[in-house]
Design a protein around this ligand. Sequence first.
Ligand code: FA5
Length: 356
Amino acid sequence: MQDLKKLEKEAEKAIIEAADEAVLRDVEIKFLGRKGTLTSVLRGLKDLSEKKRRELGPKANTLRVKLETSIGEKRYDLRKKELNARLKKEWIDISRPGIKTAQGHLHPLTASLREITSIFHSLGFDAVVGPEIETEWYNFDALNIPSDHPARDLWDTFWLRQDKKSAIKEKLLLRTHTSPVQIRFMGKNQPPLRIIVPGKVFRNDASDATHDIEFYQVEGLMVDKEISVANFKEIIQVFFEKFFSSGGGSAFSVKGGPASGRGGKEKINIRLRPSFFPFTEPSFEIDLKFPGSKRWLEVAGAGMVHPNVFKNSGLNPKHWRGFAFGFGVDRLCMMKYKISDIRLLHSSDPRFLKQF
Ligand code: FA5
């Protein structure tokens, strides 16, 4: 009996002093394991006399339950302590600002081209492409600009040097506008049709803040039986409204457009100015002016498709009518992102690019 008391004291002390779960496990094995001290006592009961067994048996069993309970409670305490220590050590202040990861982003010109394409797509226009190296026929003649036409001077051209032995006999050039794709497309597709042509164009021009020698245009062409200038005006009105009211930090609406009068937005003015292009009649230029700006910026040429252009594409001008336009994408992008010099767009200067 005295041994049992001693064993109890010893075990309780060891349980209390166990500093971690591994030590506690050793204590458990020492007293309650298969060869543990208390287990041996319990096993030895059968060798005792009936009287002693009755006296010692319940006590030893009660002690086993007591020790099992103490070990269980101690284990729970140790786990709780360990968890609290971990929580303290691994605590994260989720309200702290995160570390910004360096992430690439679209060039403002790419973003503008994609947005223009998507807006026109929503208006039923499919995007098509054409070659950057063009023939004189598609870039000029088919567009009603024969070689003796003074309007050729409007487009200072990069002509390509050609090998005399080459099978290509036509004069080649870097296209000066996206309009040749009108002819290419109408030559192969029957109206009604609605297309846009995003692409790069080249001009042998002096560059300044609004002119570059390489820039992007988006051509537009809509041909059907009953098309008028009114259709064109509606389409570009919707286009400008959508383009300038989204992203880019701009908060503009278009004067006279569907959202005009909306609170808090500055209004952009659109002006259609009579102009001349050999491939449209009548022709206009589209200028935009921003609130606070004194200057109008020309962003597109446009007009009703000239009968000769239909003829040169194999379509009967008596049956079809259409409008066409050519936006200067770099200029639209400059207005949207408030960029003062077109040359920055092609500068690859990270200080400029990081701002978008
Ligand atoms: C043309 O290129 C005609 N093909 C547009 C057209 C298409 C008219 C269909 C009628 C029907 P223009 O040369 O004006 O037109 O150029 C169109 C637009 O391109 C200009 O309004 C301007 O926004 C832009 N642009 C012209 N030259 C430059 C340049 N050097 N740098 C940047 N943008 C330019």
